[in-house]
Design a binder for this molecule. Structure first.
Ligand code: TEU
Length: 566
């Protein structure tokens, strides 16, 4: 049994996520590509990050922007060639950067040869997917005939009837994303072999898409259906199944994840801190860390993520503190507010007005990066990019958003209400192209971008950020440098102070005789600080933030970081 990693190399690392479609287009077709990324590697390296996570670049019909893979070992021509990929790996490694690829193996594309073969009931690949006959007593293809009452994440039933084979197949996401049957050892062996070949191509780790959905509770059966709900979304039926730990350990051994110190992060919808501690336990060869969604659902109503509810700051502070405490020394946290599925934090939780955008973006960076765990910076977050500001459904491209619009308006929700929900929460808010400068198409492409650039691209862009010595990007550089320098930030125990304060986010990180104190005003108003409840700052060193000596009152979105040496 492989010795678990006590202090892996990524303990002080920071990850930069690139969404290839929207990063930089080198051939003018309006879609970002690998040569575009290669042309910006110095920009990425100069930020100080250690790891680059690349969202999918594999051959795909792009039904879900690449999270529907038709061939795991072919680069989609949209993004380039395997030659471009090898050039990218070399360019990253030459700059001391590691490469983490997206591993999407809960499902494939329905255009993958595995699925195409599986559609034939006699095929040796039939059991590579979840095929089931129609519900007893129902005519196949008719309403209610679906084998179970499960709903898909993208709306509608999670089952699709395949006329050709007279049975239904399971797809927890779009009908063009059939779920693989991980109960079948042939499937698992094929996945591990594919992962090993990517490692041989120079890949340093994997971000694993919805990995806690691979073990489902067997037999697949109806779940609890909330009154008025067309389908069941019972977590226990589709996630964190009985063989999760077995599959993670089997994968770890088969791919030599711990043996080769490969970086791994498992995206885990519907996962608790208690489960995450088991999945990331450093006493066992499983996962390096997971992405939780709990803190991403604190500003939504009971029905859907598009039902808006203002964030109550104590909810967020205490949720992250819970994960800090629960994973403690045994597990390890990932730290993120943004990715290609989440809206821009400065618009969502902060204040993206010209007056406060920079300060708010810096405050949200400070509180996140000084928690214990591995921080993730999503492309554009380092310059304080805002939400897209779309007002018409025609501007959207995201399958989840378009399906929600269709379902909600069909259910009678006023169009303006639906559009308001999309404007704040749609995934397309994170996917607008990076504006590298002012001017036509922000220098992202010579062609027509696949998704419009933000309306404020002439002011909020990389060129402007590079010129701002005290701007958002410079602030991220300082935060990343602090993490590399100070062990107390890498490993210090986390303690939340003033948990119920609705404006202030205050916490300490403590390691032996050193303590870091973070005091942040997460509001657009002045905030008075109860200094008597803070550690003694007389001999403290101000590491980051406001110059004013007096900490009694903080400006809107002002955050300060002190180092107190015992
Ligand atoms: O996301 C999983 C997931 O659950 C999100 O889609 C979530 O439902 C929502 O969008 C965020 O609130 C992963 C990938 O990150 C996402 O891009 C894919 O669409 C999805 O899996 C299917 O592969």
């Amino acid at each position: 049994m492989e010795q678990p990693l006590s202090d892996p190399w990524w303990s002080d690392a920071v990850v930069y996520q690139i969404y290839p479609r929207s990063f930089c287009d080198s051939n003018g077709d309006g879609v970002g590509d690998l040569q575009g990324i290669i042309s910006k590697l110095d920009y990425v390296a100069d930020l100080g990050v250690d790891v680059v996570w690349l969202s999918p670049i594999y051959a795909s019909p792009q039904d879900d922007n690449g999270y529907d893979i038709a061939d795991y070992e072919e680069i989609d021509p949209l993004f380039g060639t395997m030659g471009d990929f090898e050039e990218l790996v070399a360019g990253l490694h030459r700059r001391g950067l590691k490469l983490v690829m997206d591993l999407v193996v809960n499902h494939t594309s329905d255009e993958h040869s595995w699925f195409q073969s599986s559609r034939d009931p006699q095929s040796p690949k039939r059991e590579w997917y979840h095929w089931r006959p129609a519900r007893e007593g129902f005519e196949p293809g008719t309403p209610g005939a679906e084998p179970t009452n499960w709903g898909s994440f993208f709306g509608g039933s999670a089952w699709a009837y395949d006329e050709a084979s007279g049975e239904y197949y399971l797809h927890l996401f779009s009908r063009k994303q059939p779920d693989l049957n991980w109960e079948n050892p042939e499937v698992r062996e094929a996945v591990y072999a594919m992962m090993n070949r990517w490692v041989e191509r120079g890949v340093d780790g994997f971000r694993m898409d919805v990995i806690n959905l691979i073990s489902k509770t067997m037999p697949l059966a109806d779940g609890h259906q909330r009154p008025g709900e067309p389908y069941s979304f019972e977590v226990e039926r589709v996630a964190n199944g009985p063989r999760m730990v077995e599959f993670l350990e089997e994968m770890n051994a088969a791919v030599g994840i711990d043996a080769r110190q490969l970086f791994t992060v498992g995206e885990m919808v519907m996962c608790t801190a208690e489960q995450a501690r088991i999945y990331t336990s450093r006493a066992h060869p499983r996962l390096g860390m997971v992405f939780t969604f709990e803190h991403m659902s604190l500003d939504q109503g009971p029905g859907s993520k598009f039902e808006l509810k203002p964030l109550h700051l104590p909810d967020l502070k205490t949720n992250l503190a819970h994960w800090q405490e629960q994973l403690g020394e045994e597990g390890w946290n990932s730290l993120y507010f943004e990715n290609h599925d989440q809206p821009r934090v400065v618009s969502r939780f902060g204040d993206d007005s010209p007056e406060h955008r920079v300060a708010a973006a810096k405050a949200w960076a400070t509180v996140l990066h000084l928690h214990r765990g591995t921080p993730y910076v999503y492309q554009g977050q380092e310059i304080g990019m805002t939400n897209a500001g779309f007002t018409r459904i025609k501007q959207y491209r995201d399958i989840e958003s378009l399906n929600y619009f269709a379902d909600a308006t069909a259910a009678g929700v006023p169009e303006q209400t639906v559009l308001a929900g999309l404007a704040l929460k749609s995934r397309d808010n994170a996917r607008t192209p990076i504006p590298w400068g002012a001017g036509p198409q922000g220098g992202f492409t010579r062609g027509t971008p696949w998704l419009p650039l933000n309306a404020n691209a002439d002011t909020v862009n990389v060129q402007a950020a590079l010129a701002a010595s005290d701007g958002v990007r410079a602030h991220y550089q300082r935060l990343i440098a602090l993490r590399h320098e100070l062990e107390v930030i890498q490993k210090g125990r986390f303690d939340l102070l003033l948990p119920e304060d609705p404006k202030l986010w205050v916490f300490t990180r403590t390691l032996t005789s050193e303590q870091v104190l973070v005091v942040a005003n997460m509001s657009a108003h002045l905030a008075s600080v109860p200094v008597q409840q803070l550690p003694d700052l007389r001999d403290a060193e101000l590491l980051l933030g406001g110059s004013g000596a007096d900490i009694q009152t903080l400006e809107p979105w002002e955050a300060r970081v002190y180092l107190v040496r015992g």
